[in-house]
Design a protein around this ligand. Structure first.
Ligand code: SF4
Length: 317
């Protein structure tokens, strides 16, 4: 293979979305304003590097609110929490900062609105994912989770003319629509969400990876194994024609055997990944001859969210 044939296609947009950026800054600001320790329920965002860095700065990550000592400060992660978690925090006199992404909050509000109108809500999402647990917790008696095609077979509703689908924000757009088609075959009166639940960042990163995948012998996705949107990027790359694709947290996790016979390497990253990790991967590839990098741009993102109101208030005070 001629050395000149080696090149990298770098997806844009990639990496941090507005919701992750806001959540990470919220924890950093909380450390600045209140000092360590700051408790965070679950991983603030699903990225090993981010979590480890914050841990070193004095953040204590817990799985449940009950693990936070009474009266302490706890931050809720970008994935959102159910009303039961808010209630438990209030009972324990915890001070809270809610870093739930506004686009997740939007889905919570949709659940509330349709539950009030007595709809059966079919929530398409991955079983056990924190976001889905928080969203379903808004109206547990009205929400049914639909993850697999088998779940579609099992769904029962009270009134087929009053049923709506909603979704987790970080799914594969194409697979979600497959699931919707299956649900609609079963319930022709199935209503659509008032607006897309899969967020702009998930969609944009999938569009960018699709645009370059067919040209790639290998697509490397930087992201953690518990990051839903990062895992979806691997699947989307393979479906869109990449000959191979792998998820890595760090450049050193790339297996050199993956590069055998490879000319074009596609690189992208999930919505919870700081770009420094992508730059590390590009440097690692450059050392091995993949030093020509072309960016493949399919969108320019300009979205930013204001910090959680608890922090804005405290910063003003
Ligand atoms: S991936 Fe989407 S929903 Fe999740 S934090 Fe980012 S912007 Fe919000």
């Amino acid at each position: 293979m001629p050395a000149g044939g080696k090149r990298v296609l770098l997806a844009k947009p990639r990496g941090y979305c507005a919701g992750v950026d806001r959540a990470v800054i919220a924890v950093e600001k909380a450390l600045e304003l209140y000092g360590a320790p700051v408790y965070v329920r679950k991983e603030i965002v699903h990225n090993r590097h981010v979590v480890e860095t914050l841990r070193e700065r004095g953040v204590i990550f817990v799985d449940e609110t009950s693990e936070v000592p009474e009266g302490e400060l706890v931050v809720f992660s970008a994935h959102g929490v159910s009303p039961a978690v808010h209630a438990e925090a209030a009972e324990r006199n915890l001070r809270t900062i809610d870093a739930t992404c506004p686009l997740v909050t939007k889905v919570h509000k949709e659940v509330n609105r349709f539950a009030k109108d007595d709809y059966d809500i079919l929530l398409i999402g991955h079983e056990g994912h924190e976001e889905v647990e928080g969203t379903a917790g808004e109206a547990p008696d009205k929400v049914q989770l639909v993850d697999t095609a088998e779940d579609v077979d099992k769904v029962q509703v009270r009134d087929p003319s009053k049923v709506i689908w909603l979704s987790q924000t970080t799914l594969s757009v194409d697979e979600t629509m497959e699931r919707v088609d299956q649900l609609r075959d079963k319930f022709p009166g199935l209503a659509d969400p008032p607006s897309d639940d899969i967020c702009y960042a998930t969609t944009n990163r999938q569009v960018a990876v699709k645009a370059m995948a067919a040209e790639c012998d290998l697509v490397l996705v930087v992201g953690s194994t518990n990051s839903s949107n990062s895992k979806r990027l691997v699947e989307v790359a393979l479906k869109a024609g990449a000959r191979a694709s792998h998820l890595v947290d760090f450049a050193h996790e790339v297996d050199e055997a993956w590069l055998e016979g490879v000319e074009t390497v596609g690189v992208t990253s999930g919505a919870s990944v700081p770009d420094v990790l992508v730059m590390d991967l590009l440097a690692w590839l450059a050392e091995r001859g993949w030093d020509s990098v072309d960016e493949v741009t399919t969108a320019n993102e300009k979205i930013a969210f204001a910090l959680p109101h608890e922090l804005r208030k405290a910063a003003k005070a």
